[in-house]
Design a protein around this ligand. Structure first.
Ligand SMILES: NC(=O)c1ccc[n+]([C@@H]2O[C@H](COP(=O)([O-])OP(=O)(O)OC[C@H]3O[C@@H](n4cnc5c(N)ncnc54)[C@H](OP(=O)(O)O)[C@@H]3O)[C@@H](O)[C@H]2O)c1
Length: 290
């Protein structure tokens, strides 16, 4: 299959690149904003004028600066919504399949148990609203042959993320205050990358046509940001103190959902995936970093 990947320099894009050599029966085209700028509908049209005939598009690119999005709503909308609409329309016109990555931030976080794919959405920040509009654009443009995969609390050995930030901040200060009243499931980007590669090899994905569906993916188990930080320092053998604080004590421009736990049963059953626990995967990532 000819597979187009956007966001090649992001956490998920770089994680995919770790494994694609095991899938050399497929031809991967990796793009960054230099080749395919998702903030410009012209750039997208131009790219597809000269590059077509993809069987699958995996959209890993997104405007992911959650706090900055509060002030850059138009740019976030361009990348997370309008560009996604254009990608989905192109994929549909080419009979290509689309895998679009979305977020737990489409939910408001008030549910008392893990979120199912068909739970009502109600984003509470700009980033979440633009990502939800992106999901809706996919569902409208592609009633068939697309997967929307929502993920949460992404980290990796690449780029800026919670794990890297904790290691840096604690090194500077020796102790750190971390929010304890937001719970969720961390996602090691390598695990999501492996899952995506397994999905494109799965019979359910390789049917000529399948109805577009939403799935959830994160590592198994759940934690709070402060317990996540404690586990990072424990596994890294670092004796740093973590003081749990409330979200109110750590105000940010964008409000975050209190509960971000996604149920993974649907994706596990549908694509026969085995998903590691967040602690097991954190250990693997720290081995890569340290
Ligand atoms: N990380 C998380 O915690 C998290 C949580 C939930 C959902 N997600 C979703 O997971 C997916 C992958 O995220 P990630 O963690 O890999 O994020 P990331 O590391 O921030 O990567 C985002 C990628 O998008 C690219 N991008 C941004 N603006 C672009 C533009 N105008 N044109 C083309 N590319 C552009 C970035 O390019 P540059 O490198 O050039 O900036 C980068 O490669 C995204 O859909 C995100 O919304 C992530």
């Amino acid at each position: 299959m000819k597979i187009l990947v956007t966001g090649k320099s992001g956490q998920l894009g770089r994680s995919l690149q770790k494994f694609i050599s095991n899938f050399d029966h497929h031809e991967f085209t990796l793009t960054g904003r230099e080749e395919l700028d998702l903030s410009s509908s012209e750039s997208i049209s131009k790219y597809f004028d000269t590059h077509s005939h993809f069987d699958v598009i995996i959209n890993c690119a997104a405007y992911t600066a959650v706090d900055r999005a509060e002030k850059e709503a138009d740019l976030a909308d361009e990348i997370n919504h309008l560009a996604v609409k254009q990608l989905a329309e192109f994929a549909n016109s080419q009979n290509a399949k689309l895998i679009h990555i979305s977020t737990d931030y489409v939910f408001d976080g008030y549910k008392n148990s893990s979120y199912l794919e068909n739970d009502s959405t109600n984003p509470i920040n700009v980033y979440g609203r633009t990502k939800l509009l992106g999901e809706e654009a996919v569902l409208e443009a592609m009633p068939n042959n697309a997967l929307i995969i929502r993920t949460s609390w992404g980290y990796s050995e690449f780029g800026n993320n919670f794990v890297q930030t904790m290691l840096e901040l604690a090194r500077e200060r020796g102790e750190i205050n971390v929010v304890s009243d937001q719970i969720g499931s961390p996602t090691y980007a390598s695990d999501l990358a492996k899952a995506l590669l397994n999905i494109i090899s799965n019979d359910n994905f390789n049917k000529k046509t399948f109805p577009t569906e939403i799935f959830h993916f994160s590592n198994m188990g759940e934690t709070s940001w402060s317990d996540f930080a404690k586990e990072i320092f424990k596994l890294a053998n670092l004796n740093y103190k973590v003081t749990p604080i409330s979200s109110e004590q750590y105000p940010t421009p964008a409000i975050r959902p209190k509960n971000s736990i996604l149920s993974k049963e649907k994706i596990k059953n549908h694509f026969k995936l085995q998903i590691p626990s967040w602690k097991q995967s954190l250990k693997e990532c720290l081995n890569q970093i340290i």
